[in-house]
Unconditional design. Structure first.
Length: 290
């Protein structure tokens, strides 16, 4: 059987501005990072269903670099997940290395990019919950039309990563260029991905960070996600836990269980996930207590 397939037009810009100009001139064009999301959900397993016009970002070198300063880790959006993991567990923020290596297979991580992972609109992905706890910011570039000018102006936007989930999210023609992760030190960090059935599309994530000083919990952050419906977090609970001596008593642990029930309330009728979430939180607190 002959398959009807029309080859797309593929553009290869060498700079961010060139990529934005191409997107402006081809209104239906789609930015192409690693292509793992498009290939994963193509109906045909032998041919990837591509848009008619594709802007490949593989030759934009300024998007593929990472640097570390005293205050932050700056990561270009075209850095592959495998290269990011190769920076090393000791250099990356707490929990980030573990979260990256749990994503797919290594060949897939060699193709997948951090920017592409964050830009997917129909799912949260594995990294956003932890990156939110780390107070990551996203930097984007786009072109804005000005009636008094013939040439569009380049516009840069920086915002907390949590805003990617809120409407309108990324605007049309807006390109993620880099992310910035504060290089704060955390004494403990964890990332757990639980797949309760054989269906790998059904999973949930628990991630947490903690600081401890002289057996006192000085800072706690934790989040849950099922990968699709949002990142679940309650900052009031986190603030309420800060300043508590470790070795939580039974009453305090039960109070924490109740808080997790409230946080995961959107997972209605998913008792396994809700109960496991409580167990994971207790396991993390026990780990801190050692």
């Amino acid at each position: 059987m002959n398959l009807k397939y029309t080859s797309p037009r593929v553009f290869f810009p060498k700079s961010i501005n060139e990529a934005l100009e191409m997107n402006r001139s081809e209104s239906d064009a789609v930015f192409w990072a690693g292509g793992t999301h498009l290939s994963r959900y193509s109906e045909n397993t032998t041919v990837i269903n591509l848009p008619k016009n594709v802007i490949s970002l593989g030759m934009v070198e300024e998007l593929a670099h990472a640097s570390r300063s005293e205050h932050s880790l700056e990561i270009g959006s075209m850095m592959s997940l495998d290269r990011l993991a190769a920076i090393g567990r000791s250099t990356l923020p707490a929990g980030l290395h573990d979260s990256i290596i749990r994503i797919g297979s290594r060949p897939m991580r060699c193709r997948a990019t951090i920017g592409g992972h964050l830009a997917v609109k129909d799912r949260i992905g594995d990294l956003k919950p932890l990156l939110q706890l780390l107070e990551t910011t996203v930097e984007t570039r786009s072109l804005k039309e000005r009636h008094s000018r013939r040439k569009a102006l380049s516009f840069t936007r920086k915002f907390p990563i949590a805003l990617l989930e809120e409407k309108p999210g990324l605007e049309k023609g807006e390109l993620i260029c880099r992310i910035s992760i504060p290089t704060e030190s955390w004494d403990y960090g964890t990332f757990k991905k639980v797949i309760p059935t054989e269906d790998k599309e059904r999973f949930f994530i628990f991630t947490a960070l903690a600081r401890v000083e002289k057996e006192v919990l000085t800072d706690l952050r934790m989040a849950f996600s099922d990968g699709y419906t949002g990142v679940l977090r309650d900052r009031d609970v986190e603030v309420g836990m800060a300043g508590r001596p470790l070795r939580l008593n039974t009453k305090e642990l039960e109070s924490l269980d109740d808080a997790v029930d409230i946080i995961t309330a959107p997972w209605d009728k998913r008792d396994y996930e809700k109960e496991t979430a409580k167990k994971l939180v207790r396991s993390f607190m026990n780990h801190i207590n050692r």
